[in-house]
Design a binder for this molecule. Structure first.
Ligand SMILES: Cc1ncc(COP(=O)(O)O)c(C=O)c1O
Length: 371
């Protein structure tokens, strides 16, 4: 057993359970701060954990700017005392009304959102000016992921100047998320990230030259933020998410990152259906199922485990050591993708020095809190 993930008494822990090892979480956070060099350069993404207590830890370290993907996360951040929130999402439909309500409810909070299209931009502008509020809008720039955003060029220029001309909206800078840069080698990743970022910088210079402000560039996730951190441009903010908890996927994909798993799953054997099979209470309602079946988690204590079947509440493995397991036996699993995994749990059990010390609610797993 890896002593870092030992829990002395599990009798109060209902499985499958999300466990947070606070020492590992704090070590990851210290590592983030070391890479960033200054907490003012950070704008971590809360979608990984969706928990108030992690925000409180970050605030206690001087990290005052935060990023989120949903209005529920924005509301959680606001209730934690965050006063500078970037909702990195294009606002459409009823979310326009919700953004207005958010600004009315929290008038002292600076809220930014993204846009990549003129139509919802105009709708947001109308709603904001009708309500007498002001929202920062960051132009969502596509540097190759092709998920959202717009490539730098004439359309992007038109959109950004439209933001600056729309009453109720303020040009907030650019959002540059490059989660497609998955090169295992840091040198190759750096080359690919900077090749795209140079185009963003040239575009920024063009916009500034045309007389429009570009106050900030919110860039990257866990894999690219150490690369942006090497740059000295004061308008760059880094927005890693996963690294506070880390996961098996990132540990394997990015060997240069030395974050440790801080959130793992406790699971118990519920059956031994055949001589070489062991069934755990760890179905895909407890661990993210966006990775392919068989690769959704690792079981460090059963290195030869082959994950042969997973249903909603069952994980069946095949192992040469099956006869060593009895129903009720426990092990821990490291999820391959922690962000959707934490959202599957209502609360997390927090472990310090091998002991269960408290429970944290996964507050923003709901789509809607009160707004
Ligand atoms: C827009 C945006 N920013 C930041 C992040 C954080 O990236 P990571 O999870 O690699 O740290 C994500 C992750 O999905 C994201 O979608």
């Amino acid at each position: 057993m890896d002593p870092r993930y030992h829990v002395a008494d599990t009798s109060e822990i209902i499985s499958p359970a999300l466990l947070i090892f606070r020492e590992q979480l704090e070590a990851n956070l210290q590592h983030v701060l070391k890479i960033a060099k200054d907490p003012a350069r950070l704008r971590p993404h809360c979608k990984t954990h969706k928990m108030r207590e992690v925000i409180a830890l970050e605030l206690s370290q001087g990290i005052v700017k935060h990023k989120c993907a949903t209005l529920a996360e924005a509301e959680m951040l606001a209730n934690c005392g965050v006063r500078d929130i970037f909702l990195a999402y294009n606002i459409v439909g009823p979310n326009i009304r919700r953004v207005v309500s958010f600004c009315q409810r929290f008038p002292d909070i600076r809220l930014g959102v993204t846009a990549d299209h003129l139509v919802p931009l105009a709708q947001l502008g109308n709603a904001a000016s009708d309500a007498g509020i002001s929202v920062d809008v960051l132009l969502d720039i596509d540097t190759g992921q092709h998920r959202t955003g717009i490539t730098v060029g004439s359309q992007a220029r038109i959109l950004y100047s439209q933001i600056s001309r729309t009453p109720g909206l303020k040009p907030g800078g650019f959002h540059v998320y490059d989660g497609h840069q998955h090169q295992k080698s840091l040198d190759e990743r750096r080359t690919a990230v900077l090749r795209e970022f140079e185009k963003v910088l040239a575009f920024r210079d063009e916009i500034v030259h045309a007389g429009l402000p570009v106050p900030k560039l919110v860039c990257g996730g866990t894999a690219s933020f150490p690369i942006y951190a090497e740059l000295t441009d004061p308008s760059i903010e880094f927005s890693p998410g996963t690294c506070v908890f880390n996961d098996a996927g990132y540990s394997e994909a990015f060997p240069d990152l030395v974050f440790q798993p801080a959130a793992v799953l406790l699971t118990r054997v519920i059956s031994r259906p055949t001589p070489d099979r062991v069934t755990f209470d760890l179905g895909y309602k407890a661990v993210a199922s966006d990775p392919p079946a068989g690769k959704r988690l690792t079981l460090p204590e059963i290195p030869d485990a082959e994950q042969v079947l997973q249903n909603e509440e069952h994980l069946v493995i095949q192992t040469a050591h099956a006869d060593e397991f009895q129903p009720g036996d426990e092990t821990y699993a490291i999820p391959r993708h922690i962000c959707p995994t934490s959202a599957l749990h209502k609360e997390a059990y927090v472990i310090v020095d091998g002991k269960l010390v408290e429970r944290w609610q996964v507050v923003a797993r709901d789509r809607c809190l009160t707004l």
